[in-house]
Write a protein that binds this ligand. Structure first.
Ligand code: 13P
Length: 250
């Protein structure tokens, strides 16, 4: 049975003090009785304190990125080993902002995935089409290619560490959400694409999250779709009340 997951991607928000405040607020407000796995992804500099802070809770901590190389002369970068050494076992790879603003190609992402898996890290693998792709009716092709080129080199056994996150670029931070039907249509396609390549068990067991302007008002309807197993939340993850409502909607 696949897991329900709600993850908050804090992007480049919250300094050290604000991170502690938000974590305290989340500990207060998040429901205790949900079956979903809850994940937060603060910035690199606040990961260690987040791990400490959340030690006795059911909230896991993820990094928003990592470098594909084990170690070396890569000024400003962070390795998988460094993340693991502070207790971070989950990493977001392939976010559209990394692809667009930091030139992360499918080939680089494929390497990052391999490195993370080598370190037994859970990978939240993000992908999704741009507005133009959808207008040109290319969205299924784009998503299929992103999966094939960034992820489908992994082995069957690796899938227990993989979470998929479909994030249509046109819905990120825009207030425009994919309709529940659009999300379901794409998630079904994604599961089918995984099924063709890796078989039924892996396809049925992998959690596929939706991301892109998920808010307390629309979360329930999106999460009610059969192939939507949770969400990757940006803006609304920065307010404990909103994030808690989204978690409760699962
Ligand atoms: P928003 O929820 O702000 O649209 O961001 C989604 C996202 O990019 C999560 O990774």
């Amino acid at each position: 049975m696949r897991k329900k997951i709600v993850a908050g991607n804090w992007k480049m928000h919250k300094n050290a003090e604000e991170t502690e405040d938000l974590l305290n607020d989340l500990i207060d407000k998040l429901p205790n009785d949900v079956e979903a796995q809850i994940i937060v992804a603060p910035t690199f500099v606040n990961l260690a304190s987040a791990v400490d802070h959340l030690e006795f809770t059911n909230i896991a901590v993820a990094a928003q990125n990592m470098h594909q190389t084990e170690a070396g002369a890569f000024t400003g970068e962070i390795s998988a080993d460094m993340l693991k050494s502070i207790g971070v076992n989950t990493v977001i790879i392939g976010h559209s902002e990394r692809r667009a603003y930091f030139n992360e190609t499918d080939a680089i992402l494929a390497n990052k995935v391999s490195t993370a898996l080598k370190h037994d890290m859970v990978v939240i693998f993000c992908f999704g089409e741009e507005l133009k792709d959808r207008q040109d009716n290319q969205h299924f092709n784009v998503v299929e290619n992103q999966l094939r080129d960034g992820l489908f080199h992994i082995e069957n056994k690796d899938w227990e560490l993989i979470v998929l996150a479909y994030e249509p670029v046109w819905a990120i931070g825009t207030g425009e959400t994919a309709s529940p039907e659009q999300a379901q249509e794409m998630h079904e396609f994604i599961r089918e694409t995984v099924r063709k390549r890796y078989g039924n068990t892996i396809a049925e067991d992998v959690s596929i999250l939706y991301g892109g302007s998920v808010k307390p008002e629309n979360a329930g309807e999106i999460f009610s779709k059969p192939d939507v197993d949770g969400g990757l939340i940006g803006g609304a993850a920065l307010k404990a009340e909103d994030f808690s409502k989204i978690v409760s909607a699962i």
